[in-house]
Every structure is written in structure tokens, then in C-alpha cells.
Design a binder for this molecule. Structure first.
Ligand code: COA
Ligand code: MG
Length: 289
């Protein structure tokens, strides 16, 4: 099942990795990219590999490699793939072609290191380059490794020459709002999870809670985090509540009791096929107790 929470941890920091492992996140993203200075990347790769090699008891372990065009990505992969990460977070793809290219690298490395073919999944941060904005509808061609699309609020504004990613009142710029929505639709078109980006003000947990609740209403099923304190909030919001589950079960039951009906009434509301689909989607995300 798609993780509800993904906690970023700079892979050059052993203390932070130790802390992150116990933070309650469904997945960690051991970061080799933007949170690690160039000179620290070799040591970060080794530390990421050691983290993967230790007995796994907690969260799924993913690694954010450097972009494919950076000259660093193959060294990242060569160091971590022997230790079988659960998945790779791919920053700055221009299009699905970059995901396919990463998939080809993974296929070769899985074979080289005796790993089950196809076991290494991919999450693409699909909105970070100007060209990427025009290819967000193409990810259905990625193949089964791709499990989700997410977006970023920092790199695209920097790449197009914007001075800020947000307005003075904290609201996202129009371009960021656009790519966030395209990420949502692109993920649905590719039949993969839509994952919301990080909430940067890590001391503002009320703001995070409101943001995550809104994201869930819009169709995001999980969210990334930059600080351990954000994880419980995200897990709580991204877990279907008892009331939501009860409502979805009631909707399913109404349709089951009216075979052949396209539309039913429920507490004064009209329900038709989209409502049944929403209910079924939610129930598919309920974790076994
Ligand atoms: N993973 C694990 N531990 C973390 C953490 C993270 N993402 N963020 C903070 N911590 C730890 C701190 O090291 C500190 O540990 P300590 O009490 O043992 O010293 C504790 O949690 C409290 O941290 P706090 O003092 O509130 O924050 P900070 O100023 O130390 O760190 C950041 C702030 C932003 C530097 C830090 O949260 C961070 O590195 N986040 C991840 C950044 C990242 O990966 N970015 C790339 C994706 S956008
Ligand atoms: Mg970045």
C-alpha cells in the first residue's frame, strides 16, 4: 500500500537517520540530492547503503538519487542498489522518458545484484523542470515500477527565474498551483498515487494539519515531510477515519442492495457511480488492523 507519510532525511547525517527510523513514518527518503552538499555525497551514499544493509524493522526505505543528467546518479545507484532499497525517488525528470531510463538502469542493477526483477519502485518528483510542466500527462507509459507522482515548490520557480515560490501571504504562486493540480491529474491518468509535497514551515503543525486535510479532499493520498514532528499529523490525516470508513461501507451496501440501480438516495443526497467509486477507493486504502 502507498505510504501515508514519507520523511526526508539528509543521508549524510547518521544522527538524523537514527532519529528518522523511529519517527513513525511509513517510508523514509534517504536524500542524496539537494540536502547534501557536493563534497558530502560520497559519504552520504555509503551511509545510505549501510542504513539499507542493517536489519529492516521499521519504515520502507527509499533513496532520492541525484538527477539523471547530473553525472552523479549512476554512482548513487551503484552504491545503494546492492542493498536493495524499496524504491528510488527521482528528482527533476523532464518527462516519462527519464522514468523509463531509470527503470532500465534498475533492471540492469537488479540483475547484477541478484535482486528480484522489478522489485525497486519509483516515485517521480515530476514538476521540477520547465520542460516537465508540458509532459505531466504522459506518465501512464512509465510501466509498473512507478507508484506515484509528487511535485516540488522550490526547484521550478528557481529554474524559471522567479524570486519566490510563494506570495507574501504564504500562498503558492500561480505556476506552483498549476503544477500541483497537473500532478494530481497526471497521477490519476497514470493510475498511480498523487503525493503532496512538503510543508516547509515545520514548526507550524496547525498549518500542516489544515494543508494535509485540504490535500486529502483534493485527492492526494499521502504527503512528504521534512521533520519528525510532521509525521504523526500526516499519518493521522491520511488514514481514513472511522466515520469515513463507515460512510463508504454504507454507500457500498446501498448499491449492493439495489442491483442494477444507477442512482440511490442516501440521507437526502443523490449518489451515483462516482460516489460508489470514491467509496471503493477509500475502502481499498483501509489498512488491516
Ligand atoms: N530526520 C531526522 N531527524 C530530524 C529531521 C529529519 N528530517 N529533522 C530534524 N531532525 C532532528 C534534529 O536533528 C533534532 O535532533 P536532536 O534533538 O537529536 O538534536 C530534532 O529532530 C529536532 O530538530 P529541530 O531542532 O526541530 O530542527 P533542526 O533545526 O535540527 O533541523 C532541518 C531543521 C530543516 C535542518 C531538518 O528538519 C532537516 O534536515 N530536514 C530534512 C531536510 C531535507 O531532507 N530536505 C530535502 C527535501 S525538501
Ligand atoms: Mg530540490
Amino acid at each position: 500500500m502507498t505510504p501515508r507519510s514519507w520523511l526526508f532525511v539528509p543521508a549524510d547525517s547518521a544522527p538524523k537517520i537514527a532519529k528518522a527510523l523511529g519517527a513513525g513514518a511509513d517510508a523514509l527518503i534517504l536524500d542524496l540530492e539537494d540536502s547534501v552538499a557536493l563534497g558530502a555525497k560520497p559519504a552520504a551514499r555509503v551511509l545510505a547503503g549501510q542504513t539499507l544493509a542493517a536489519p529492516r524493522t521499521g519504515p520502507a526505505l527509499w533513496v532520492r538519487i541525484n538527477p539523471l543528467g547530473s553525472g552523479l546518479a549512476l554512482s548513487d545507484l551503484a552504491t545503494i542498489m546492492p542493498h536493495a532499497p524499496d524504491g528510488i525517488v527521482l528528482p527533476k525528470p523532464d518527462s516519462v522518458a527519464d522514468v523509463q531510463k531509470l527503470g532500465a538502469y534498475l533492471e540492469a542493477l537488479e540483475a547484477a545484484f541478484g535482486l528480484e526483477p522489478g522489485r525497486t519502485r519509483i516515485l517521480a518528483i515530476a514538476t521540477e523542470t520547465p520542460a516537465s510542466v508540458f509532459s505531466l500527462g504522459g506518465y501512464a507509459a512509465a510501466g509498473p515500477r512507478l507508484i506515484g507522482l509528487t511535485w516540488g515548490a522550490e526547484d521550478l520557480p528557481a529554474a524559471i527565474g522567479a524570486t519566490h515560490a510563494r506570495q507574501p501571504d504564504g500562498a503558492l504562486t500561480d505556476l506552483c498551483r498549476l503544477v500541483r493540480s497537473l500532478c494530481l491529474a497526471g497521477a490519476a491518468a497514470a493510475n498511480v498515487a498523487a503525493i503532496d509535497t512538503v510543508y516547509p514551515d515545520f514548526r507550524d503543525l496547525d498549518g500542516l494539519r489544515a494543508w494535509a486535510a485540504q490535500a486529502k479532499r483534493e485527492g492526494f493520498v499521502s504527503m512528504m515531510a521534512i521533520h519528525p514532528a510532521q509525521v504523526p499529523v500526516i499519518n493521522e490525516i491520511m488514514t481514513p477515519s472511522t466515520a469515513e470508513i463507515a460512510e463508504a461501507r454504507a454507500i457500498e451496501a446501498l448499491f449492493a442492495a439495489a442491483p442494477g440501480a444507477g442512482v440511490v438516495a442516501h440521507q437526502g443526497r443523490m449518489l451515483d457511480l462516482p460516489h460508489l467509486k470514491q467509496a471503493q477507493r477509500l475502502l481499498a486504502r483501509v489498512r488491516p488492523a
